[in-house]
Design a protein around this ligand. Structure first.
Ligand code: ATP
Length: 333
C-alpha cells in the first residue's frame, strides 16, 4: 500500500545468555502508515525496548539472532549493509528516543550544540546552519531559545526530555520511535510532552511508534495499538477498537486491570506471571493465564485477521488467538 511507511515482517531479536537464548522479540509483524502513531503496549520485560533496538539495529554484544524483513517507504532497510543503514537510515530517516535518554545528554556540551550535532555528523552541515535549524526545532518542542546556551544540568527533567526530542527531530526523520518517553516525569510534565507530540504529528505529519506500559499515556496519541506479550504481538488494531472493544483475552483483561474514575467495577489484576523468554511455551504464550483457554491453545496460534469494525478495505485488525480462527471451534468466529 502506497501510504505504508514502515512494514515489519517476522522481526526477531534473541540474546545469548548462560541459560540459553532469550527470545525477547520473536516473530513480530506490523506496519505503520504515514502520519500515524502506533502505540506498542506491554508489561515490563515483554520485549518492547528490544523491539525498538531491533528496528534501529542497536544490537548488543550478546546477540544470538537478529532477523526479519523491514522496509521504510520504498527502501528494504533490512537488506542494507550496516554501514549504509547507519549512513542512510539510522537517526536521519528513523530516530529513537531511548528510555531515560534525557539523563544521557552530555553534561559538558551546551544543549543547542547537542541538538545541532546530528546535522553536523550525519549531513555534514556547517555549525551555523545546524544551529539555526536547532533553534527552529527548539521552538517546535516548546524550549525557550535562550536554553540553547545552557548546559543539561540547568534544565528541568521535562525540559531535558524536550531537548532529547528536539535532537531526534532535527534531521527531519519520517519515523520517530519513543521508548517510554514520559515515564520518569511527573503527570503535568507528561501531559505537556504528550501535547508536543500531538502537535508534531498534526503539523509535520511525522509518524510515531510510542512504546509504553502505561495504558493511560498510550490513549493520548494512539491511532493504532499493538499489544505485546512475551516477545510476540497478540493484537493490533485501531485505538478506538482497542480501548473500546479489544478482542484478545489478554487485551480484555488488561483493559479491566486499568483503574478508571467514575466506574463502579474495581480494577482486576491478571493472575499469574508471563512465561520465561528463555524457554517460552510452544503453544499460545498467554494460555497459562487465560480464562478462555481450550484444547487448541497447546499449539501456537497465527495472527488471524478480523474484518469487523475497521471500515471498508483491507482489515488491519490482527489477533493471535485460536478463538478467532475462521470457522474454528473457539466461539468468536
Ligand atoms: N542484552 C541482554 N541480554 C540478555 N537478556 C536481555 C538483554 N536485554 C534485555 N534482555 C531480556 O529481554 C527481555 C525483554 O527485555 P526488554 O527490555 O526488551 O523489555 P521491555 O518490555 O522493554 O521491559 P521494560 O519496560 O521493563 O524496559 C527481558 O527478559 C530482559 O531481561
Amino acid at each position: 500500500m502506497a501510504d505504508t511507511l514502515l512494514k515489519v515482517e517476522d522481526l526477531a531479536l534473541h540474546y545469548r545468555t548462560r541459560g540459553g537464548a532469550v527470545r525477547a522479540v520473536d516473530g513480530v509483524s506490523f506496519d505503520v502508515k504515514r502520519g500515524e502513531a502506533l502505540v506498542i503496549l506491554g508489561e515490563s520485560g515483554c520485549g518492547k525496548s528490544s523491539l525498538a533496538r531491533a528496528l534501529m539495529r542497536l544490537l548488543p554484544r550478546n546477540l544470538a539472532h537478529h532477523g526479519g524483513r523491514v522496509s521504510l517507504g520504498d527502501t528494504p532497510i533490512s537488506e542494507l549493509s550496516d554501514e549504509r543503514f547507519r549512513r542512510e537510515v539510522q537517526w536521519s530517516r528513523m530516530a529513537l528516543v531511548m528510555q531515560a535518554s534525557m539523563n544521557a545528554l552530555n553534561p559538558v556540551v551546551k544543549v543547542g550544540e547537542q541538538v545541532a550535532e546530528p546535522l553536523r555528523e550525519l549531513k555534514r552541515w556547517p555549525r551555523r546552519r545546524a544551529l539555526e535549524r536547532a533553534a527552529e526545532v527548539f521552538q517546535r518542542v516548546g524550549l525557550p531559545l535562550d536554553f540553547m546556551a545552557r548546559y543539561p544540568f540547568e534544565l528541568s527533567g521535562g525540559m531535558r526530555q524536550r531537548a532529547v526530542l528536539a535532537m531526534a527531530l532535527v534531521a527531519e526523520p519520517e519515523l520517530v520511535i519513543l521508548d517510554e518517553p514520559t515515564s520518569a516525569l511527573d503527570v503535568l510534565t507528561q501531559a505537556a510532552i504528550m501535547n508536543v507530540l500531538k502537535e508534531l504529528k498534526r503539523d509535520l505529519g511525522t509518524s510515531f511508534i510510542l512504546i509504553t506500559h502505561d495504558v493511560a499515556t498510550s490513549s493520548e496519541l494512539a491511532d493504532r495499538v499493538a499489544l505485546m506479550y512475551a516477545g510476540e504481538l497478540v493484537e493490533a488494531c485501531s485505538a478506538a477498537r482497542f480501548f473500546g472493544e479489544p478482542a484478545h483475552p489478554y487485551s480484555r483483561l488488561l483493559m479491566k486491570s486499568v483503574p478508571r474514575l467514575h466506574e463502579r467495577e474495581r480494577p482486576r489484576a491478571i493472575l499469574g506471571q508471563p512465561p520465561s523468554l528463555l524457554d517460552p511455551p510452544t503453544g499460545c504464550r498467554f494460555a497459562a493465564r487465560c480464562p478462555e483457554r481450550f484444547a487448541r491453545c497447546g499449539e501456537s496460534p497465527p495472527a488471524f485477521a478480523l474484518g469487523i469494525g475497521e471500515g471498508a478495505g483491507e482489515s488491519r485488525h490482527r489477533v493471535r488467538c485460536w478463538r478467532y480462527e475462521p470457522n474454528g471451534g473457539g466461539g468468536h468466529g
